[in-house]
Design a protein around this ligand. Structure first.
Ligand code: SF4
Length: 391
């Protein structure tokens, strides 16, 4: 943002802003436009519609995304009457926190409630050199990966751009991490590994990430963002080209027979097709590797043969491997591989040149670990919808 953008403007400009707003009048509270989740160009257009120049949109953008403003009152480089009139047309939202749980290992899990009452989970995982926020892209999931708790919850709906960005904003509020808070920001990385398949909600996810990556706002680099997919092959190229974030693949098996059960989308796009798409992922190179996630399930996918097949399958792809000890959840049918089997598997992976492959489980005591997220939200049945409409 240029200096001209952030300095207070002339009295004539302020008067022109007010005249523009006065001509349009206030909007009822329920139809005020949520500015969170509106991309920068669209915000400029919205302001233009309201008769306000581009630099006003840029000022407000900076207040929202750089300083974490949640209302217009504190926007001190705007005249007071203009702030009030902005508040009569727009709002700046956050999801509500239904619950917050803190793990003994420092992991934090929030159950978030959106305006329509639906809920999704979000997790913050602090480590020595980074702090990773795991966000959700859907309420529930259409896919039914058999090791994943979310997979037992039918898809309720996609999250909107505002709801995806809102998760990051809320975490920054909670962790005190807006850029103006200095460079001791606790939140340094984002992973889309929470509830849902992000590539089945691509438009909203891409829009949210463009907002989060904007240099004059939250300013998180694409190198610090990882999108995890179960393998929606036709969307992978677009993901690389349009948002260019790091890619993680929920692989979890080395044969189609096993993967068909663990990650049923494999029946549509089997392992070889998926790996071909990984080889072609835009921007993949040794500095930007694809992460292959592999949950360790006793007697299912943890044999020595599996380990050898895994390294041979991904040969030639610049890759990292994350071996994830299975995190049980109520009703799950799998058992975590024992330490000896994990170690045996990890040795093969290590010898093939992949460093530190075993991921330490985090937040297990609060069910915040990988594959354990789920909310109570559910899609209403037709009968329920009819009954509601009849009331
Ligand atoms: S692993 Fe991901 S894609 Fe599969 S069911 Fe769970 S949330 Fe959905």
């Amino acid at each position: 943002m240029t200096q001209a953008d952030i300095t207070t403007v002339s009295a004539e400009q302020a008067a022109a802003d007010l005249r523009a707003f006065a001509a349009r009048g206030p909007m009822p509270a329920e139809s005020r436009i949520d500015l969170v989740g509106v991309e920068r160009e669209a915000m400029v257009a919205l302001f233009a519609e309201a008769g306000l120049p581009k630099f006003r949109a840029n000022q407000v953008w900076q207040w929202i995304y750089h300083k974490g403003a949640i209302g217009f009152d504190g926007m001190t480089n705007l005249a007071k009457p203009l702030r009030q009139q902005l508040a009569e047309r727009f709002r700046i939202s956050r999801p509500a926190i239904a619950t917050r749980q803190d793990s003994i290992d420092g992991t934090i899990k929030w159950l978030l409630r959106f305006a329509d009452g639906n809920e999704a989970e979000m997790v913050f995982i602090p480590e020595e050199d980074r702090g990773t926020l795991c966000i959700s892209s859907q309420v529930g999931c259409t896919l039914t990966c058999s090791f994943c708790h979310t997979g037992t919850q039918r898809l309720v709906r996609n999250l909107t751009t505002a709801e995806i960005v809102g998760q990051v904003m809320l975490a920054l509020d909670e962790l005190g991490g807006f850029p103006t808070g200095g460079f001791n920001r606790r939140l340094t990385n984002i992973v889309l590994m929470g509830m849902g398949e992000p590539l089945y909600n691509f438009e909203n996810v891409a829009s949210a990430l463009r907002i989060v990556m904007d240099n004059e706002g939250v300013a998180l680099s694409r190198r610090r963002i990882t999108l995890s997919t179960s393998g929606v092959v036709p969307m992978m190229e677009r993901c690389g080209e349009e948002i260019g974030v790091n890619l993680a693949i929920s692989l979890h098996a080395t044969t189609d027979d096993t993967r068909d059960i663990l990650v049923p989308i494999n029946k549509k796009w089997p392992i070889q097709t998926l790996l071909d798409a990984c080889r072609a992922y835009p921007g993949v190179n040794n500095a930007r590797r694809i992460t292959f996630e592999y949950v360790m399930l006793e007697g299912i996918n943890d044999s020595l043969e599996d380990a050898k097949r895994l390294v041979s399958l991904i040969r030639g792809i610049p890759a990292k491997i994350n071996l994830i000890p299975f995190n049980p959840w109520p009703g799950s049918n799998y058992v975590c591989s024992n330490d000896e089997h994990i170690e045996r598997f990890a040795q093969v992976v290590l010898k093939a040149g992949y460093a530190s492959p075993v991921r330490r489980p985090r937040g297990r005591d609060i069910f915040a670990a990988c594959g354990q997220l789920k909310s109570e939200s559910r899609r209403q049945t037709r009968r329920e919808l009819r009954a509601e409409a009849a009331e």
